[in-house]
Design a protein around this ligand. Structure first.
Ligand SMILES: [Zn+2]
Ligand SMILES: [Zn+2]
Length: 254
């Protein structure tokens, strides 16, 4: 309760105090900027990467090259992109938005996400991964929807906040294998109005992609409802074991 009472105060402080680094809270010289040390700690993702899920690939074999996991079991989404590896300052940003109610961070997150999104097709519609009503009630907002709203604003593409609905809460998936996790979320979502996504490219938005089970389940439902294709866009993603070695660390970003 104390947290929700503090929210308006936090928002006010954001306006009157000097801008702070979203990673560590140091005062910086502009809005939405990382301090030099946090910036150096960001792990940017980029080519060479899997054409489908976006994991870093060791060699730039072919622009259409896919990772072993996508080849073995093609995901329900056409592609997934994230500007950053989940960890360090990127993790701080995600947590500050979700648990610290620093909603203005969605602006910086959306900007970074748009840099790796590529050209969005004309038929694109932006849909956030929904959170369950219980979570919404606890937290007061869905962080994916907050980011999606910023993406819609910055890209000019329409936002469909209720494109997907969560029909059951997913119990904690910590420690579960990928297979168990997939099973866990397979029927957690539904598309309440299929006509709103029919024939369109859905840009599915979340803060973090971990195993991909959640976005895969969402993408499967959207495709079944008639979406032309689903592209996943998250602010950060975790890398499976072994992938970290290939993470591209590029300093061409602010
Ligand atoms: Zn910092
Ligand atoms: Zn892949």
């Amino acid at each position: 309760m104390a947290v929700s009472l503090l929210a308006p105060v936090t928002a006010l402080i954001d306006v009157v105090l000097p801008p702070r680094c979203p990673g560590c809270g140091e005062i910086v010289d502009g809005d939405d900027r990382f301090c030099a040390s946090c910036f150096a700690g960001l792990q940017f993702l980029g080519p060479p990467q899997c054409a489908c899920c976006g994991v870093p690939l060791p060699h730039d074999i072919d622009i259409a090259a896919q990772c072993g996991a996508c080849l073995a079991e093609p995901p329900a989404f056409a592609r997934a992109r994230a500007p950053l590896v989940y960890g360090g300052p990127a993790r701080q940003v995600v947590l500050a938005l979700k648990h610290g109610r620093r909603l203005h961070l969605a602006r910086l997150m959306a900007r970074a996400m748009l840099r790796v999104a590529g050209a969005m097709p004309d038929d694109a519609v932006i849909v956030p991964v929904p959170s369950h009503r219980w979570r919404l009630w606890q937290r007061g907002f869905n962080q994916a929807a907050v980011i999606a709203r910023q993406l819609a604003r910055q890209s000019g593409r329409p936002l469909l906040v209720e494109g997907l609905e969560r029909v059951k809460p997913t119990p904690s998936t910590k420690g579960l294998t990928r297979k168990a996790r997939l099973k866990n979320v397979a029927n957690a979502f539904r598309v309440p109005r299929p006509e709103s996504v029919r024939g369109r490219t859905v840009i599915l938005v979340d803060d973090v992609m971990t195993t991909g089970a959640t976005v895969s389940a969402c993408a499967a439902k959207l495709t079944k409802a008639g979406a032309r294709q689903v592209e996943v866009l998250t602010y950060a993603r975790t890398l499976r074991e072994g992938h970290g070695d290939f993470a591209m660390i590029m300093a061409a970003n602010a």
